[in-house]
Design a protein around this ligand. Structure first.
Ligand code: FAD
Ligand code: 2HG
Ligand code: ZN
Length: 476
């Protein structure tokens, strides 16, 4: 799909000239300015392979100073810019729409410091989450977030999307764990909010504006983040149940019995299991059931944790809430169970064209939307599946069909957005709005809120060069 499908017109931006290319080469060095169309292909298309831009140029700076010089030049020349991290975003925000300059953070991958006493990591924005996590492990720490895209996504990208993921239930949102952000604004000015303090009430908290702003207010160049202690004992339980009501009961029991050691509560339905086992050749470790729930505990005392988890399992099995279950205490088995959940997005990609939704809903309503969508789309689509971060009230509704068609698209939307809005949900719990969902912001936010966001955008980026056509809706 291109800008035509989404009916967007190119803004009145400058076009890249050979003098611009020379200036970028002077800033970052010749080999870090990419102009060969085949080398740019992967950066012009998103992970889902559903949106494609036409950028002719990517710059790969190494330092904040270089980012500042690039943006200063782009602002003077009115050149639009698309900041790109690991390009794992799921809403088309990380790829250009037209010929925006791609500003990649892939070379900005330096760990600046890890303090094992405070647990604070300070690093450049282009550090890959999984790589940073390995460095942290050497200091007895872990990153406070974890997601299926960890092998490619950058911490700067995580901050810019306010990524949630699999550990949010335990360690909270990046809005709490990120202590500082350094960002370069559209005119090249460096906004240094790279504090490492836990508490700081001096005025407006500007770093919060950068968190979740999807590259529309500035380019994040560095960050500091509070990392928890690496747990000494981790266990996983995987249970099968016959109804969503029982899924909710299990969650309630887990909260009660596992309390402070509970670190993840994820769920998936049987259609998810069918897709992941079929497309990725994986194995369901328990009997086939309508729903599955993954529970992880992370604690500091193995025997204490196992005793608690054992008691919890006994309770849910004896009470007939769970129909089948298995416990994993060794790394290999835990990885295999987590793989079923973490690779779900990849499995759905093999099923056909993906309509992907990421809703926040009151937990007891979460699965009703999957049922309603199945009913509404009967005979039109291939799979309609529900999974997600149950403990956070975050449903991932995925709808697949053989091939994209405008008719199917209009059967799916705005139906799913209207349903969510009617049930007081949010149209994006964690992936953001990017390019594909920006026109739906009003299903969740009021006119006044949107107007205020537009004023903030105008203040930070008067010429609108930073990630145009993204996040903010037109016509407000
Ligand atoms: P990109 O995709 O490169 O960019 C994302 C957005 O941030 C774009 O708008 C881009 O312009 C902007 N951006 C990137 N870097 C910067 C920067 N330095 N400064 C300013 N703007 C920037 N998301 C979740 O929240 N939870 C999940 O559990 C989760 N699981 C995923 C699993 C898979 C398999 C995949 C493919 C994606 C998943 N995602 C998830 C979505 C995605 O990985 C996250 O949104 C991630 O945070 C994006 O990081 P990135 O470096 O790839 O950013
Ligand atoms: C996850 O939780 C990601 O696995 C991706 O947020 C969700 O692909 C999706 O729908
Ligand atoms: Zn998710």
């Amino acid at each position: 799909l291109t800008s035509d499908t989404y009916k967007v017109e190119r803004g009145n931006y400058g076009e890249i000239a050979s003098e611009d290319i020379s200036i970028f080469k002077d800033i970052v060095g010749c080999s870090h300015v990419v102009t060969d169309p085949s080398d740019l292909e992967g950066n012009n298309i998103d992970w889902l392979k559903t949106v494609r831009g036409q950028s002719k140029l990517m710059v790969k700076p190494k330092s904040t100073k270089e980012v500042s010089e690039i943006l200063k030049h782009c602002n003077e020349r009115n050149l639009a810019v698309c900041p790109q991290g690991g390009n794992t975003g799921l809403v088309g925000g990380s790829v250009p729409v037209f010929d925006e300059v791609i500003l990649s953070t892939q070379r900005m991958n330096k760990i600046i410091s890890i303090d094992p006493i405070s647990g604070v990591l300070v690093c450049q924005a282009g550090c890959i989450l999984e790589t940073a996590n390995k460095d942290l492990a050497g200091h007895g720490l872990i990153a406070p977030l974890d997601l299926g895209a960890k092998g490619s996504c950058h911490l700067g990208g995580n901050i810019s999307t306010n990524a949630g993921g699999l550990r949010l239930l335990r360690y909270g949102s990046l809005r709490g764990t990120v202590l500082g952000v350094e960002a370069v604004l559209s005119d090249g000015a460096v906004l240094d909010c790279l504090s490492t303090l836990r508490k700081d009430n001096t005025g407006y908290d500007l770093k919060q504006l950068m968190i979740g702003s999807e590259g529309t207010l500035g380019v994040v160049t560095a960050l500091s983040i509070l990392c928890p202690q690496k747990p000494a004992s981790v266990n996983v339980a995987f249970l099968g149940v016959e109804s969503f009501e029982k899924v909710l009961k299990i969650q309630q029991c887990a909260r009660k019995d596992l309390g402070e050691i509970l670190s993840a509560v994820e769920f998936m339905d049987s259609e998810c299991m069918r897709n992941v086992t079929h497309h990725l050749n994986m194995t369901n470790p328990i009997a086939d059931c309508p729903f599955y729930i993954l529970i992880e505990t992370s604690g500091s005392n193995a025997s204490h944790d196992e005793e608690k988890l054992g008691r919890f399992l006994e309770e849910v099995m004896d009470a007939g809430i769970a129909d089948d279950g298995t416990l994993a205490t060794d790394y290999t088995k835990m990885e295999a169970i987590w793989g079923l959940r973490e690779r779900m997005a990849e499995a759905m990609l093999h099923d056909g064209y993906n309509f992907k939704y990421d809703f926040s809903l009151p937990t007891d309503k979460m699965y009703d939307l999957v049922r309603a969508s199945r009913e509404h789309l009967k005979g039109i689509c291939k799979s309609v599946v529900g999974y997600g971060h149950l403990g956070d009230g975050n449903l991932h509704l995925n709808i697949t069909c053989e091939k994209y068609s405008r008719d199917i698209h209009s059967a799916v939307e705005p139906f799913v957005y209207e349903w969510t809005s009617r049930h007081k949900g949010s149209v994006s719990a964690e992936h953001g709005l990017g390019f594909k969902k920006r026109q739906y912001m009003a299903y969740t936010k009021s006119k006044e809120e949107i107007m205020m966001m537009k004023k903030i955008k105008q203040l930070f980026d008067p010429k609108g060069i930073l990630n145009p056509y993204k996040m903010l809706p037109d016509n407000f």
